[in-house]
Write a protein that binds this ligand. Structure first.
Ligand code: DAH
Length: 351
């Protein structure tokens, strides 16, 4: 074997015996195998040899290269094991019976309130449906009695995709699909449609403490024979009493306009801060505006394949984000989407 190869091997063996850290090993690796390393230099010199010498020397250098690689990787494994052992020795006094001091994650206040609402509606026989955040113009507007150029569109500018679809501005965008999904059971089996569908909505709006471009709503519909405003009031009152855990909670309806309901209402609840006596939160009126709703417009039912002469229904669009702000006293809507654990952990109920 070539003398220079033998002495490189011996030198490597000797150095590896004295190495005690991974970073030293890294340096040795560079010293031998790096661009300017000694093994690399041998390979470079091969050009000056005769073809026969080159063949035998080449295979010796390759064997050396493999030897160096293997020796370094074996040593790495030994050092890693030693380092792990050192760490383990350092926690020798570790007591497995001491509870860990880990920070636990928790649900976002919107998730908590959404789940509570879903639970209450389920007990009243509603199904909970999920729906896409990207919808068509037909779903978000036209099927809801909002034709192109209707002024109601001005208040709901949103983000449009290149293919003409849009980020939904309201959970009402799922109404048409829900009617189509359940109308056969309604018409053939007489089963009323009872569904809630929570979702994230988007509007192209400047943000401030009360407005966000991204927020959550929960839409609900009930369609059947003789469904009336009484059903609407009962359902909303039951749900809100449970969410606020206040069974004396009062609701009232005021007229409101939305193209997809007739008549349309704004549903107010008695102020949960002053109990209805009047305070700054309710602008001294004793009432808080909470949920727009109404009796589903005949055109909307027709568009969903349901005969408005035979069936009636109510719909509501509960602002979940708003409900959360009221329930937990959140003053700035932007905190809810901030991802700030400090801001959010104040409102956590269920860890
Ligand atoms: N989708 C309406 C909005 O976001 C809210 C709404 C109003 C929903 C009345 C309804 C309703 O279902 O009946 O402004």
């Amino acid at each position: 074997m070539n003398q220079s190869i033998i002495s490189l091997r011996e030198k490597l063996d000797a150095t590896l015996n004295t190495v005690s850290t991974i970073s030293e090993l890294e340096n040795i690796k560079v010293e031998y195998l790096g661009k300017k390393g000694s093994v690399t230099a041998l390979l470079k010199n091969m050009g000056s040899l005769s073809p026969e010498e080159r063949k035998s020397f080449g295979s010796e250098v390759n064997a050396l290269k493999n030897y160096v690689e293997q020796a370094i990787s074996e040593k790495t494994a030994i050092l890693q094991a030693l380092e792990l052992q050192k760490e383990l020795d350092a926690v020798e006094d570790f007591d497995v019976s001491v509870p860990p001091v880990l920070e636990h994650g928790s649900y976002h206040p919107i998730t908590l309130v959404q789940r509570k609402c879903e639970e209450v509606f389920r007990t009243m026989g509603f199904v909970v449906e999920d729906y896409s955040e990207i919808v068509t113009d037909y779903e978000c507007f036209e099927s809801l009695n909002i034709p192109p150029f209707h002024p109601a569109r001005d208040m709901q500018d949103t983000y449009y995709l290149d293919n003409g679809q849009l980020l939904k501005t309201q959970t009402s965008a799922a109404q048409n699909a829900i009617y189509k999904k359940y109308r056969d059971a309604l018409i053939n089996e007489g089963k009323p449609i009872k569904a809630v569908f929570p979702g994230r909505c988007f509007r192209n709006e400047a943000t401030d403490a009360c407005h966000e471009n991204t927020f959550f709503q929960m839409e609900g519909v009930m369609v059947g024979k003789d469904i009336s405003i009484a059903n609407l009031i009962y359902s909303m009152k039951t749900m809100l009493s449970e969410v606020f855990e206040n069974y004396d909670l009062k609701v009232r309806l005021r007229p409101g306009f939305f193209p997809f309901v007739e008549p349309g209402f704004e549903l107010d609840i008695s102020c949960q801060i002053c109990g209805g006596e009047g305070c700054p939160s309710c602008k001294h009126s004793g009432w808080l505006e909470l949920c727009p709703c109404g009796m589903i417009h005949p055109n909307v039912l027709k568009e969903g394949g349901i005969d408005p002469d035979e069936y009636t229904g109510f719909a509501f669009g509960l602002g979940l984000t708003r409900l959360v702000m009221m329930k937990y006293g959140v003053k700035d809507i932007r905190d809810l989407n901030s991802g700030s654990l400090t801001a959010m952990s104040q409102f956590i109920e269920d860890k």
